[in-house]
Write a protein that binds this ligand. Structure first.
Ligand SMILES: Nc1ncnc2c1ncn2[C@@H]1O[C@H](COP(=O)(O)OP(=O)(O)O)[C@@H](O)[C@H]1O
Ligand SMILES: O=C(O)C1=C[C@@H](OP(=O)(O)O)[C@@H](O)[C@H](O)C1
Ligand SMILES: [Mg+2]
Length: 242
Protein backbone atom coordinates (compact mmCIF):
# COMPACT_ATOMS: atom_id res chain seq x y z
CA UNK A 1 0.00 0.00 0.00
CA UNK A 2 1.37 3.41 -0.90
CA UNK A 3 0.13 6.95 -0.88
CA UNK A 4 2.98 8.33 -3.04
CA UNK A 5 2.00 11.55 -4.74
CA UNK A 6 -0.87 11.97 -2.35
CA UNK A 7 0.18 15.31 -0.96
CA UNK A 8 0.01 16.92 -4.42
CA UNK A 9 -3.25 15.20 -5.31
CA UNK A 10 -4.89 16.20 -2.04
CA UNK A 11 -3.72 19.79 -2.51
CA UNK A 12 -5.14 19.81 -6.06
CA UNK A 13 -8.43 18.27 -4.92
CA UNK A 14 -8.71 20.73 -2.05
CA UNK A 15 -8.20 23.61 -4.45
CA UNK A 16 -10.72 22.17 -6.90
CA UNK A 17 -13.27 21.49 -4.18
CA UNK A 18 -12.94 24.88 -2.56
CA UNK A 19 -12.47 27.11 -5.57
CA UNK A 20 -15.22 27.71 -7.98
CA UNK A 21 -14.64 29.26 -10.45
CA UNK A 22 -10.99 28.31 -10.96
CA UNK A 23 -8.27 30.92 -10.55
CA UNK A 24 -8.19 33.55 -13.26
CA UNK A 25 -4.90 34.78 -14.67
CA UNK A 26 -3.03 36.98 -12.20
CA UNK A 27 -5.13 35.82 -9.25
CA UNK A 28 -3.39 34.30 -6.25
CA UNK A 29 -3.01 30.57 -6.59
CA UNK A 30 -1.89 29.18 -3.27
CA UNK A 31 -4.60 27.66 -1.18
CA UNK A 32 -4.17 30.10 1.69
CA UNK A 33 -4.19 33.10 -0.67
CA UNK A 34 -7.29 31.87 -2.44
CA UNK A 35 -9.11 31.19 0.78
CA UNK A 36 -8.51 34.73 2.00
CA UNK A 37 -9.24 36.29 -1.38
CA UNK A 38 -12.52 34.39 -1.60
CA UNK A 39 -13.60 35.53 1.81
CA UNK A 40 -12.61 39.16 1.45
CA UNK A 41 -15.79 40.34 -0.38
CA UNK A 42 -17.73 39.45 2.74
CA UNK A 43 -15.73 42.02 4.65
CA UNK A 44 -17.20 44.94 2.69
CA UNK A 45 -19.92 45.71 5.20
CA UNK A 46 -17.63 45.41 8.21
CA UNK A 47 -16.01 42.75 10.31
CA UNK A 48 -17.19 39.17 10.33
CA UNK A 49 -17.03 38.09 13.95
CA UNK A 50 -16.61 34.41 14.45
CA UNK A 51 -15.53 32.38 17.45
CA UNK A 52 -12.92 30.53 15.35
CA UNK A 53 -11.57 30.40 11.81
CA UNK A 54 -10.97 26.63 11.93
CA UNK A 55 -12.95 23.84 13.56
CA UNK A 56 -13.28 20.08 13.03
CA UNK A 57 -16.29 17.84 13.68
CA UNK A 58 -15.74 14.29 14.96
CA UNK A 59 -18.01 11.56 16.29
CA UNK A 60 -19.56 8.23 15.38
CA UNK A 61 -21.15 7.50 11.99
CA UNK A 62 -24.58 9.09 11.63
CA UNK A 63 -24.15 11.67 14.38
CA UNK A 64 -24.44 14.37 11.69
CA UNK A 65 -20.83 15.49 11.11
CA UNK A 66 -21.27 16.00 7.36
CA UNK A 67 -24.61 17.74 7.56
CA UNK A 68 -23.95 19.88 10.64
CA UNK A 69 -20.46 20.71 9.37
CA UNK A 70 -21.90 22.05 6.13
CA UNK A 71 -24.55 24.10 7.91
CA UNK A 72 -22.03 25.38 10.45
CA UNK A 73 -19.74 26.48 7.62
CA UNK A 74 -22.63 28.54 6.14
CA UNK A 75 -23.42 30.04 9.55
CA UNK A 76 -19.79 31.08 10.16
CA UNK A 77 -19.05 32.02 6.52
CA UNK A 78 -16.19 29.52 6.36
CA UNK A 79 -15.21 27.00 3.71
CA UNK A 80 -16.33 23.42 4.12
CA UNK A 81 -14.25 20.27 3.73
CA UNK A 82 -15.60 16.76 4.28
CA UNK A 83 -12.63 14.40 4.52
CA UNK A 84 -14.58 11.44 3.08
CA UNK A 85 -15.60 13.50 0.04
CA UNK A 86 -12.01 14.61 -0.40
CA UNK A 87 -10.77 11.01 -0.33
CA UNK A 88 -13.48 9.98 -2.79
CA UNK A 89 -12.38 12.77 -5.10
CA UNK A 90 -8.68 12.00 -4.91
CA UNK A 91 -8.99 8.21 -5.22
CA UNK A 92 -11.78 8.43 -7.81
CA UNK A 93 -13.85 5.81 -5.98
CA UNK A 94 -16.70 5.87 -3.50
CA UNK A 95 -15.91 5.04 0.15
CA UNK A 96 -17.48 1.53 -0.18
CA UNK A 97 -15.38 0.95 -3.31
CA UNK A 98 -12.21 2.11 -1.54
CA UNK A 99 -12.90 -0.32 1.34
CA UNK A 100 -13.78 -3.21 -1.00
CA UNK A 101 -11.04 -2.73 -3.59
CA UNK A 102 -8.15 -1.15 -1.65
CA UNK A 103 -8.90 -2.27 1.90
CA UNK A 104 -9.54 -0.40 5.13
CA UNK A 105 -5.84 0.17 5.87
CA UNK A 106 -5.43 2.04 2.58
CA UNK A 107 -8.43 4.17 3.49
CA UNK A 108 -6.89 4.93 6.93
CA UNK A 109 -3.61 5.95 5.28
CA UNK A 110 -5.54 8.31 3.00
CA UNK A 111 -7.35 9.70 6.03
CA UNK A 112 -4.07 10.36 7.86
CA UNK A 113 -2.68 12.30 4.89
CA UNK A 114 -5.89 14.28 4.56
CA UNK A 115 -5.73 15.17 8.27
CA UNK A 116 -2.20 16.51 7.80
CA UNK A 117 -3.41 18.69 4.92
CA UNK A 118 -6.67 20.00 6.36
CA UNK A 119 -4.98 21.04 9.60
CA UNK A 120 -2.87 23.45 7.51
CA UNK A 121 -5.97 25.16 6.16
CA UNK A 122 -7.57 28.22 7.64
CA UNK A 123 -11.11 29.57 7.24
CA UNK A 124 -12.52 26.06 7.16
CA UNK A 125 -14.99 23.78 8.87
CA UNK A 126 -13.73 20.19 8.53
CA UNK A 127 -16.10 17.23 8.88
CA UNK A 128 -14.14 14.06 9.62
CA UNK A 129 -15.11 10.44 9.03
CA UNK A 130 -16.28 8.47 12.08
CA UNK A 131 -12.96 6.63 12.43
CA UNK A 132 -10.60 9.56 11.87
CA UNK A 133 -10.44 10.71 15.50
CA UNK A 134 -9.86 7.15 16.76
CA UNK A 135 -6.26 7.11 15.52
CA UNK A 136 -3.90 8.74 17.97
CA UNK A 137 -1.72 10.60 15.49
CA UNK A 138 -4.79 12.11 13.81
CA UNK A 139 -6.25 13.04 17.18
CA UNK A 140 -3.06 14.78 18.27
CA UNK A 141 -2.68 16.68 14.98
CA UNK A 142 -6.31 17.81 15.06
CA UNK A 143 -6.34 18.88 18.72
CA UNK A 144 -3.12 20.83 18.24
CA UNK A 145 -4.70 22.71 15.35
CA UNK A 146 -7.92 23.84 17.00
CA UNK A 147 -11.15 22.84 18.67
CA UNK A 148 -12.68 19.48 17.78
CA UNK A 149 -16.44 19.32 18.28
CA UNK A 150 -17.67 15.79 18.94
CA UNK A 151 -21.28 15.04 17.99
CA UNK A 152 -23.05 12.28 19.91
CA UNK A 153 -26.17 10.22 19.25
CA UNK A 154 -27.65 7.02 20.66
CA UNK A 155 -27.11 3.72 18.83
CA UNK A 156 -30.83 3.74 17.92
CA UNK A 157 -30.58 7.19 16.34
CA UNK A 158 -27.43 6.20 14.48
CA UNK A 159 -29.19 3.08 13.22
CA UNK A 160 -32.20 5.08 11.99
CA UNK A 161 -29.98 7.61 10.25
CA UNK A 162 -27.69 5.06 8.57
CA UNK A 163 -29.97 2.09 7.81
CA UNK A 164 -30.47 3.01 4.15
CA UNK A 165 -26.83 3.94 3.58
CA UNK A 166 -23.91 1.85 2.34
CA UNK A 167 -21.36 2.57 5.08
CA UNK A 168 -18.95 -0.38 4.80
CA UNK A 169 -18.48 -0.86 8.56
CA UNK A 170 -22.23 -1.25 9.09
CA UNK A 171 -22.82 -3.97 6.48
CA UNK A 172 -23.88 -6.60 8.99
CA UNK A 173 -26.80 -8.93 9.58
CA UNK A 174 -27.41 -7.07 12.83
CA UNK A 175 -26.32 -3.45 12.26
CA UNK A 176 -27.71 -2.19 15.60
CA UNK A 177 -25.49 -4.61 17.55
CA UNK A 178 -22.56 -3.68 15.37
CA UNK A 179 -23.20 0.01 16.09
CA UNK A 180 -23.38 -0.66 19.85
CA UNK A 181 -20.13 -2.65 19.89
CA UNK A 182 -18.19 -0.20 17.74
CA UNK A 183 -19.51 2.78 19.68
CA UNK A 184 -18.41 1.19 22.98
CA UNK A 185 -14.94 0.55 21.58
CA UNK A 186 -14.59 4.10 20.33
CA UNK A 187 -16.20 6.09 23.12
CA UNK A 188 -13.02 6.76 25.12
CA UNK A 189 -11.41 8.31 22.05
CA UNK A 190 -14.35 10.55 21.19
CA UNK A 191 -14.31 11.76 24.81
CA UNK A 192 -11.00 13.45 24.10
CA UNK A 193 -12.66 16.08 21.90
CA UNK A 194 -12.81 19.74 22.92
CA UNK A 195 -16.58 20.30 22.90
CA UNK A 196 -19.36 17.69 23.12
CA UNK A 197 -22.84 18.18 21.66
CA UNK A 198 -25.80 15.79 21.58
CA UNK A 199 -27.72 15.45 18.33
CA UNK A 200 -30.52 13.04 19.31
CA UNK A 201 -33.97 14.29 18.32
CA UNK A 202 -32.78 17.82 17.59
CA UNK A 203 -33.11 19.73 14.33
CA UNK A 204 -29.87 20.68 12.60
CA UNK A 205 -30.38 24.45 13.16
CA UNK A 206 -30.56 23.92 16.93
CA UNK A 207 -27.37 21.87 16.90
CA UNK A 208 -25.55 24.49 14.82
CA UNK A 209 -26.68 27.15 17.26
CA UNK A 210 -25.38 25.21 20.25
CA UNK A 211 -22.08 24.41 18.52
CA UNK A 212 -21.60 28.10 17.70
CA UNK A 213 -22.37 29.21 21.26
CA UNK A 214 -20.05 26.59 22.71
CA UNK A 215 -17.30 27.70 20.33
CA UNK A 216 -17.71 31.28 21.58
CA UNK A 217 -17.45 30.04 25.18
CA UNK A 218 -14.35 28.06 24.27
CA UNK A 219 -12.77 31.02 22.45
CA UNK A 220 -13.50 33.35 25.40
CA UNK A 221 -12.02 30.89 27.89
CA UNK A 222 -8.99 30.44 25.66
CA UNK A 223 -8.52 34.22 25.36
CA UNK A 224 -8.85 34.62 29.16
CA UNK A 225 -6.23 31.92 29.71
CA UNK A 226 -3.93 33.61 27.22
CA UNK A 227 -4.51 36.99 28.87
CA UNK A 228 -3.41 35.53 32.20
CA UNK A 229 -0.23 34.23 30.63
CA UNK A 230 0.39 37.43 28.68
CA UNK A 231 -1.77 40.57 28.99
CA UNK A 232 -1.46 41.29 25.24
CA UNK A 233 -3.14 38.01 24.21
CA UNK A 234 -6.69 38.55 25.41
CA UNK A 235 -7.47 41.84 23.68
CA UNK A 236 -10.46 41.99 21.33
CA UNK A 237 -8.17 42.50 18.35
CA UNK A 238 -6.79 39.03 18.93
CA UNK A 239 -10.14 37.37 18.33
CA UNK A 240 -11.08 35.57 15.16
CA UNK A 241 -12.56 38.54 13.37
CA UNK A 242 -11.73 39.45 9.80
N1 LIG B 1 -30.02 16.47 13.63
C1 LIG B 1 -30.44 15.65 12.68
N2 LIG B 1 -31.74 15.29 12.64
C2 LIG B 1 -32.19 14.44 11.68
N3 LIG B 1 -31.41 13.88 10.72
C3 LIG B 1 -30.11 14.20 10.72
C4 LIG B 1 -29.54 15.09 11.69
N4 LIG B 1 -28.23 15.21 11.44
C5 LIG B 1 -27.97 14.44 10.36
N5 LIG B 1 -29.10 13.83 9.92
C6 LIG B 1 -29.25 12.91 8.79
O1 LIG B 1 -28.65 11.67 9.18
C7 LIG B 1 -27.92 11.11 8.09
C8 LIG B 1 -26.46 10.95 8.51
O2 LIG B 1 -25.92 12.26 8.71
P1 LIG B 1 -24.43 12.62 8.29
O3 LIG B 1 -24.29 14.09 8.37
O4 LIG B 1 -24.07 11.96 7.01
O5 LIG B 1 -23.64 11.92 9.49
P2 LIG B 1 -22.09 11.57 9.61
O6 LIG B 1 -21.33 12.43 8.66
O7 LIG B 1 -21.77 11.86 11.05
O8 LIG B 1 -22.00 10.11 9.32
C9 LIG B 1 -28.13 12.06 6.90
O9 LIG B 1 -29.21 11.59 6.15
C10 LIG B 1 -28.45 13.38 7.57
O10 LIG B 1 -29.24 14.23 6.75
O1 LIG C 1 -16.59 5.24 11.39
C1 LIG C 1 -15.84 4.93 10.43
O2 LIG C 1 -14.79 4.27 10.58
C2 LIG C 1 -16.20 5.43 9.07
C3 LIG C 1 -17.10 6.46 8.95
C4 LIG C 1 -17.53 7.00 7.65
O3 LIG C 1 -17.81 8.40 7.76
P1 LIG C 1 -19.12 8.98 8.48
O4 LIG C 1 -18.86 8.96 9.96
O5 LIG C 1 -19.24 10.37 7.96
O6 LIG C 1 -20.25 8.10 8.11
C5 LIG C 1 -16.42 6.78 6.61
O7 LIG C 1 -15.30 7.56 6.91
C6 LIG C 1 -16.04 5.34 6.55
O8 LIG C 1 -17.17 4.59 6.14
C7 LIG C 1 -15.52 4.82 7.89
MG1 LIG D 1 -19.94 12.07 7.10
Amino acid sequence: MTTDGWAERVEAALLAALLDPPAAEGEPVTLTDRLSSRLSPMNGSGLIERPVTWVALAGFMGTGKSRIGWELSRALALHFVDTDKLITRVVGKSIPEVFAQEGESYFRACEAEVVRRVTRLDHAVVSLGGGTFIHEANRRTLLERGPVVVLWASPETVYQRTRHSDRPLLQSADPLSRIRTLMDEREEHYRQGTIHVHSDGRPAEEIVEEVTQRLWDWADADAALGAEASPEHGRLGERAAD
